[in-house]
Design a binder for this molecule. Structure first.
Ligand code: ADP
Ligand code: ADP
Length: 228
């Protein structure tokens, strides 16, 4: 599903964020990405949805070679990848329903199907009863559930969650984790960058640790392994 070999990324300012990274992730896996700030975790995830290009090395995602992908094929790649951010990034003037429907409208989904698909996915994140609410009328956990609904409404093969619980209290964080686990159990590959020792050490999954732009540890059912 995701295969990177000998990947280097040097930004135009000369900073080398990835320094010979090798990673292979299979369909259906749930993987935590851990490591200190500045280690290269975000750069790694950005290469997957082609927000950044590697300076050197092979990046293969859902059977597509991202070194040679044509620009016009990038939207097709991105449709297979959902992304969830720490700060939700909902559109503040749109309702919950509209935020999620928008993801289908931009890919020109048949309007006949939009209502059913949006309500199904809101049901999946248990927010059907808040469809008419605006984001600022929701709690942080509810906003994150909307952003997850938006990310999965296209049925992507991969869901990338970049510190999805970073702005949430512990109870709400566990709710979000259970939703991510359910999505994974339905077949979506989940990659979650996190600084939560408690979550990683409790809901045990594969752990990939990145330091100085390299994989320094890769364990199935691993531990967080840092002191915070
Ligand atoms: P992490 O997500 O682990 O904190 P990042 O991938 O964000 O790590 O950053 C790795 C390194 O690359 C850091 O030194 C960071 O400052 C640098 N970096 C990240 N994005 C950019 C960018 N767009 N331009 C220049 N340097 C960047
Ligand atoms: P009900 O019909 O009982 O209201 P639904 O599950 O059909 O239940 O809808 C739940 C919520 O979603 C409703 O509050 C409705 O206003 C909202 N909703 C449904 N379709 C749309 C739409 N096309 N645009 C905006 N809001 C919608």
């Amino acid at each position: 599903m995701i295969d990177m070999k000998g990947v280097y990324k040097t930004y135009p300012n000369g900073v080398t964020a990835l320094n010979g990274l090798d990673v292979a992730i299979n369909q259906g896996e749930f993987v935590y990405i851990v490591g200190p700030s500045g280690a290269g975790k975000s750069t790694f995830t950005k290469l997957i949805y082609r927000e950044e290009k590697p300076t050197k090395g092979t990046v293969n995602v859902v059977d597509t070679d991202l070194a040679t992908i044509k620009e016009r094929m990038v939207p097709k790649l991105r449709r297979q990848i959902g992304v969830v951010y720490q700060d939700f990034r909902l559109l503040p003037t749109l309702t919950v329903y509209e935020n999620v429907a928008f993801a289908l409208e931009v890919i020109e989904e048949d309007p006949k199907n939009i209502r059913r698909r949006v309500m199904d996915v809101l049901d999946q994140v248990r927010l059907k009863n808040k469809a008419r609410f605006l984001p600022d009328e929701l709690s942080g956990g509810e906003q994150q559930r909307v952003s997850i609904a938006r990310a999965i409404v296209n049925h992507p093969k991969i869901l990338i969650a970049d510190e999805p619980t970073g702005n949430l209290d512990p109870d709400t964080s566990w709710e979000i984790m259970h939703i991510l686990e359910e999505i994974n159990e339905l077949g979506t590959t989940v990659l979650m960058a996190t600084h939560s020792q408690e979550i990683v050490n409790t809901i045990r999954k594969r752990v990939i640790a990145i330091e100085d732009g390299m994989v320094v540890r890769d364990e199935s059912r691993g531990e967080y392994g840092y002191e915070h």
